[in-house]
Write a protein that binds this ligand. Structure first.
Ligand code: ADP
Length: 457
């Protein structure tokens, strides 16, 4: 399938789904109706053919039993004809030279007429019955009547051929019945199609949704592009501001007063927050547009945890918290993207410090099973209620309580963290008790030897 048709299918699959349903359901009903009517018709056709032959055989047996006069013949023809409603014609013919002449008939006006049908000759010479379907076109009402025609030689008691029996068994009653059934079925079909269309149109509003869905996707794409562009544009001035701020703090432009130093430090902290927000936004758009590259290599998780621990030492100290690092002695190396793994641990540690007022923070790592290492960040902080935990990894979700009121954040950190963990083949979980503490833990594959580079396209 070409790329264009793939894109077309993806964009219009709801419309295609509706159209397929609208075509498929009526087609199934039509197929079912037509095939049942056809087999019903075939059964009745065979039944009527047998009935026609049976009448012929009964008559033939009666004929063979005794010598019959023309009057008796006529009376018998009439009695059988009256008893059998579907007999359109019933004649007894006697040979007359090359042809056959009607000697007795259900319709007495036919008596004495010649009948030159070829079937008469064939049945007579073969000495057996011929049954065939005959079509009679009625030009006035533009209808075709169908008959089972039986031509059968009649023998006397000495097995000598004496006469011919011809009868036409009408299929009109059955054909009317079939026509009625078909008309009813087509009516039901029309109603079903209408119901299907109404259901699809009203209940699922498929067409509206399809258009809306398309629009939403376009708007979503525009939003992603805007965020990506705006974040990129913000990066450069932020870097410049940070550079000058650090130069000013280092006294490159002259000695600052104490108040000046203090205020510049506040500016620096705010600029750092702004930079990390821009970085988060860029990561969100990279992840959503599947542009985030993950190259996994052999990573020493122990070394990484210790270095993140060092990075956080000052902040932990400032908040008067204690930090414990608990790493299993035989912890195997993991297969991860170094920067992404670092970012995951920093995000979890950042939250642990941010949402803990007193007590302890612990980083731990151990082998979970043959395939994974488990890394845990545990705190004795605010904790998270059960309902909040269900939304915790959603984009922009922040827990709104009196305790979290003054704490700044975007609600992007955990969403990004989860995406990064999953991109590297792991899973992330959270256990927490409100006002007691939280523990976030994630798995990361153990390094199994060969180096593999993955690129997310
Ligand atoms: P942010 O911290 O920027 O608000 P996150 O996505 O990192 O965004 O976290 C989402 C929410 O989860 C936070 O607003 C916070 O309420 C809650 N949370 C995250 N980590 C912790 C933690 N260790 N203890 C208590 N609450 C937490």
């Amino acid at each position: 399938m070409s790329r264009k048709s793939k894109i077309f299918l993806q964009r219009n699959y709801q419309v295609i789904y509706a159209v397929v349903l609208i075509i498929l359901i009526p087609l199934t009903i039509i197929f079912n109706t037509v095939s049942s009517v056809k087999s019903f018709k075939n059964n009745i056709d065979v039944g009527l053919q047998r009935q026609a032959l049976t009448i012929g055989q009964v008559f033939s047996a009666w004929f063979a039993e005794s010598e019959v006069s023309l009057e008796e013949l006529q009376a018998k023809v009439e009695s059988i004809g009256n008893a059998t409603g579907d007999l359109a014609r019933f004649d007894i013919l006697y040979p007359e030279g090359e042809n056959f002449i009607i000697a007795a008939s259900l319709d007495t006006v036919n008596i004495g007429e010649l009948n030159e049908d070829l079937n008469n000759v064939i049945a007579w010479h073969q000495g057996k019955a011929i049954a065939s379907m005959v079509y009679n076109e009625d030009q006035f009402i533009d209808e075709v009547d169908r008959f089972w025609q039986v031509v059968m030689p009649l023998q006397d008691s000495n097995d000598e051929k004496q006469a011919l029996l011809r009868l036409d068994m009408s299929l009109g009653v059955m054909d009317d019945l079939v026509q009625q059934t078909l008309t009813k079925s087509y009516l039901i079909l029309a109603i079903t199609v209408l119901i299907v269309i109404l259901l699809l149109a009203a209940n699922t509003r498929i067409f509206e949704y399809a258009v809306l869905f398309k629009k939403l996707k376009e708007v979503d794409k525009m939003k992603d592009e805007f965020i990506s562009m705006a974040s990129h544009e913000l990066r450069t001035p932020i870097t410049t501001i940070r550079g000058f701020l650090s130069m000013m703090l280092e006294g490159d432009f002259g000695q600052l007063s104490e108040a000046g130093q203090k205020n510049l430090k506040i500016m620096e902290a705010s600029t750092n927050r702004l930079a990390s927000l821009v970085e988060d936004l860029l990561n969100v758009s990279r992840i959503e547009q599947k542009r985030l590259e993950v190259s996994t290599i052999k990573v020493d998780a122990k070394e990484m945890l210790n270095s993140v621990g060092d990075e956080f030492a000052l902040r932990v100290q400032e908040k008067k918290l204690s930090l414990k690092i608990n790493i299993a002695e035989d912890l195997p190396a993991v297969s991860a993207d170094q920067d992404k793994l670092r970012q995951i641990i920093i995000n979890l540690m950042g939250n642990a410090v941010k949402y803990t007022k007193k007590g302890e923070i612990e980083m731990a790592a151990s082998q979970q099973d043959k395939k994974f290492v488990r890394i845990t960040v545990k705190d004795s902080g605010l904790g998270i209620s059960a309902p909040a935990r269900t939304n915790l990894f959603n984009k922009f979700y922040r827990v709104q309580t009196d305790d979290t009121k003054g704490i700044v954040g975007t609600g992007l950190g955990l969403w990004i963290t989860k995406q990064l963990v999953e991109l590297m083949g792991g899973e992330i979980f959270v256990d927490s008790i409100e006002h007691v503490g939280s523990q976030f833990y994630f798995t990361i594959p153990i390094y199994i030897g060969e180096k593999k580079d993955e690129k997310n396209d």
